[in-house]
Design a protein around this ligand. Sequence first.
Ligand code: GAL
Length: 424
Amino acid sequence: MNTLAKVTQGALVATLSCLPMSLYAGSVEVLHYWTSGGEARAVQVLKDQMEADGHNWVDFVVEGGGGGNAMASLQDRVLRGDPPTAAQIKGLDIQRWARLGFLRNIDGLAEEQGWDGRLPPVVAEAMQYNGNYVAVPVNVHRTNWLWANKQILDNVGVSVPRTWEEFEQTAEQIRQAGYQVIAQGNQDWQHATLFESVALSVGGPEFYQNAFVEHDFGAMKGDTMAAVFERYYRLVDDMNLNNGVSEWNQATARVINGEAAFQFMGDWAKGEFAAENKRPGQDYLCAPVPGTTNQFLFNIDSFAIFELREPSPADLEAQNDLVRNIMDDDFQKTFNQNKGSIPARTDMSMAGFDLCANISMSEFIASANNDALLPSIAHGMATTGTVQGYFYEKIGELTANPESPSDSARALAKAIRYGQYVIK
Ligand code: GAL
């Protein structure tokens, strides 16, 4: 830069720096549904960073685990021509919003921070539409986890089951000792989250891919899916679903408090243990759902970045800073330690992460290397939101009123097929 330009730039910076922050600080409005203990602590990390940068954070919070309510609110706002700065949108829903022309191309920011060299391909691809980045990844959650109260297992004299046969034996001993075996919130998305893990465990990665990604009708209605339902129904028998527990984090609290031995849930549950200062290996244990070691059902949280109508330079810069902060090392570390997930970036050190996070990262990399990384159908990564909705509804119906395993498989296959072709 030549001398005259340097002098001019210096004078400009000197002038700007004496302006009050509000004059060039922007505002961001962010839609999310992170309201539980661990989730709220995690999203607070982002709020604090944005405010440290001098920006104003407007919280557009819509409660409801799994995000179903949030998407309905977002649709209303966007169709009124008033999108938020960013919204917690993930998986194929990113493609849907981008295809409608609502999302902003943020390739410039991605190039500035070298995303292509820092994100694993499965994450980078999920954030792009037609090869352009339109969303920023926050983390990678794994859904096929089993969480256990260590004190109960020690009292009963059992260890964390690695196979379904071991689970049956362990559950019987826990039952005999008078403890509730499984804590489960009575909501469709939670049942669907468990069901997908059982499908991966019983059927294996190829079956899962055929049924829940390709929607192969034979795979969905066949004997293997019937075997999945048989295993799933035996787990439902151990849930005591009429105990009034509905929210996922209420179920996690029952394991934390020693009222139940196990919860099958994604590792956002670990954020609840962390929020209560519980330590893995001492207060609780984490293990892959029986039969799914080195297999990884991924659920990538992300923020889709909306095209803003005539934003002020300050608000546009605030939107840019929001994206930059989310991909920043410190945020990726602090946020994910609180959220229970692992960083979206695999170029980061895992120093400071707990035992379960390190297991998750190593199994994420192992799964990626042996093509066993699978998209969660229960959390918007494998199929369309419409099919996911019919998947939720049918699993919920069958959980409440089980049919024979083979009839259940046929009913689920029809529900998914309907979701593929219905015009909503
Ligand atoms: C998932 C989301 C997680 C967590 C969970 C419970 O869909 O990806 O971040 O919020 O729902 O609400």
